[in-house]
Design a protein around this ligand. Sequence first.
Ligand code: S3P
Length: 414
Amino acid sequence: MLITKRDPLKGEIKIPSDKSITHRAIILGSLGDGSVEVRNYLAGADCLSTIACMEKLGVTIERAEKSLLIHGAGLHGLKAPTEILDAGNSGTTLRLLMGLTAAQPFKTTFTGDDSLKKRPLKRVIDPLSQMGATFSNSNLPLTVNGSKLRGITYRTAIASAQVKSSILLAGLFADAPTTIIIPPCRDHTELMLKACGVRLDGLTIYPATKLQMPSVIEIPNDISSAAFWIVLATLLDGSELVLKNIGLNETRTGLVDALIKMGAAIEIRNERRDLGERVGDLLIKSARLRGIEIGGEEIPRLIDEIPILAVAAAFAEGTTIIRDVGELRVKESDRLAAIVTEFNKLSPGAFKAEGDTLIIAGGKPKQFAACKTYGDHRIAMALAIMGAAAEGVELDDSNCVNISYPNFYGALLQ
Ligand code: S3P
């Protein structure tokens, strides 16, 4: 795929639906008593993996172009699968469903693609084992031996919403409340569980007898996909872009905050709440950026946006320092290595990793290069934006964007 320099972005770009919230709507909708219509769901490959897994657990899901009709099996209505569940590239599908199936009275075997086979699962196996489930091994393919679970208190230093959500799903079925002590990270699971009538006090979940699903769940558009256009509109002189119905959950808007700190012109309009989630429109005008330093609790709020934030930083004046980004090594690819190896091909000497810190020297010359995506959707899109903002880029495996943003290149090349 060849990307060349883009004209300024004007008018509106339609952003795909939120991947994290779509996964949760499919999983919780499958456990509800009645039917739920999930409007504006993301039909990206990761969410299709979750749909296929829930179907193998006996749930009926009708698919239309823009909505899903999920016929909930009830909290205790899942069926023992007769086939292996394939989570594809999706860590969210795998880790959340490991929590769910840990509590079922049957065995479930999971597999996934080569990237997912390398990702750490001990972080969910540990708490789920303490609750009483057992696992055939600690990498894919693996079998979850579901069991009657105990409520526990679990403390982890990893700010992972997948870990938190996996334990919450298991906790729904436990014999006593379960408490999770975890650094702040995205809270979509908690918000949706509350919208289904589940009792949650902070991060203590009380076992439920049923899920009272709303009849309709409307998924907002994905801030993590909007991120690419927010940065490109900021970088291309003369841009004025509107992005509508974006999910602006405070646990996800770290990129907007960081860019504003760097000098970006981003305005939020029509702010509202839907099932506890903050939603609004964004207006972005081009602006000159300067380097910043961030780290600690700011990182989970923009964990998936670090590749595109690094691109923005390469165009800023001065140096940007992003600390505490060790988790990037265990994403869909080793994103820290991908940034240093591939992004430097487009701006030689700009990107450096020192331990868990990413350092970006802004303002270095940009050039055209052929780059590798490592099959990682967010690396592919960040590289494409860097090329579109400067001298172009050629990507090897470009189809990986289908994971979260099936029409990404259509929007970029139009
Ligand atoms: C996600 C949580 C994050 C994020 C991923 C989606 C989720 O992963 O990077 O893209 O939907 O819960 P971690 O839980 O590994 O931080």
